[in-house]
Design a protein around this ligand. Structure first.
Ligand code: NDP
Ligand code: A1CAB
Length: 269
């Protein structure tokens, strides 16, 4: 991992804690990390679980070299207003918030601060994350390398132009939820047909893991892999016909466009 001094995670909810735990698993020492949280009991829980210091947003902004912003998009204006007086141009700001542009953040912080926009996802909790990063107006290669170093602790990192981030958010940011939705539906189908819930769950989870590995390790197109499962006149063909009749492919397109549009709207709230 690239060394980048002290890193503060501002907002340690689901995604903030995921990043924090990943950095610790990757060998970062608790003393190199700071976190901020506004609820005292949550702060105590994190302090106890990870041995990291929990400080105020202003303290974090004054002390850390890298500020990772992981509050909800709707909380971002208030957070930026609070930390702006303490932020300095030599710091790097990394935002994980959906929909919030680097321009939005730059315009609320002192002139010249480097801002990197990141879209991570929750499989980072098991070091299988997918993160996409984009540069703001004041970033150079060193800022992108720094952000890559942070995110590579928990999975893959790609660079994308910022104009693609709303689509990325809709695909890989929200993506795990679509997969879990499919998993839930398949388990329910198994239960409906009389399988014990535990059996249905084991069958579906291993099928998803195995299919994901097959995709990654063979590099084959998903259509080719699907055709290999689909024996002529067989069971899979009967099932896929139903999925097509119910316009599941079109539903995915509409759903993912809705997520992309929601990402675009978030900065305006
Ligand atoms: N969850 C996901 O899968 C992904 C989330 N993201 C992005 O990550 C960000 C966080 O999402 P998520 O972790 O799901 O949301 P959470 O609500 O779990 O986490 C946000 C955390 O920020 C805290 N917070 C809010 N305002 C402040 C503040 N002013 N100072 C300090 N802490 C504050 C909240 O505290 P409190 O509990 O008191 O409100 C909460 O603990 C969002 O911007 C989201 O778009 C990006 C990719 C994937
Ligand atoms: O649902 C959300 O808004 C966040 C961003 C991507 C995943 N979760």
């Amino acid at each position: 991992m690239t060394a980048n001094g002290q890193v503060a995670i501002l907002g340690a909810g689901v995604m903030g804690e995921t990043l924090l735990s990943g950095l610790l698993r990757a060998g970062r020492r608790p003393g190199e990390l700071l976190i901020t949280e506004r609820r005292a009991e949550r702060a105590d829980e994190l302090r106890e679980r990870y041995g990291v210091d929990v400080v105020t947003n202003i303290e974090a902004a004054a002390k850390a070299d890298t500020l990772v912003l992981v509050v909800k998009p709707q909380d971002m204006p208030e957070l930026l207003k609070e930390i702006a007086p303490a932020v300095r141009a030599e710091q790097t700001v990394v935002s994980l918030a959906a929909g919030i542009t680097t321009g939005f953040i730059e315009s609320r912080l002192p002139e010249g601060v480097a801002v990197v926009r990141v879209m991570p996802n929750t499989p980072a909790l098991v070091d299988e994350g997918m993160a996409a990063i984009s540069r703001g107006a004041h970033c150079d290669e060193s800022h992108l390398v720094l952000a890559e170093g942070l995110l590579a602790a928990t999975g893959k990192v790609v660079r994308v132009p910022e104009k693609q981030q709303d689509a990325v958010t809709a695909i890989s940011g929200s993506g795990p939820a679509y997969i879990f939705f499919v998993v839930e539906s398949m388990i329910e189908a198994g239960v409906h047909m009389g399988l014990p819930r535990s059996t249905a769950t084991e069958l579906v989870v291993q099928t998803v893991v195995g299919s994901a590995k097959l995709l990654r390790e063979t590099g084959e197109h998903p259509t080719v892999l699907r055709e290999r499962v689909t024996s002529p006149g067989g069971t899979t063909a009967a099932a896929v016909r139903e999925l097509e009749d119910h316009k599941v492919r079109a539903a995915f397109l509409s759903a993912i466009e809705a997520a992309r549009n929601r990402s675009r709207d978030l900065a305006a709230e």
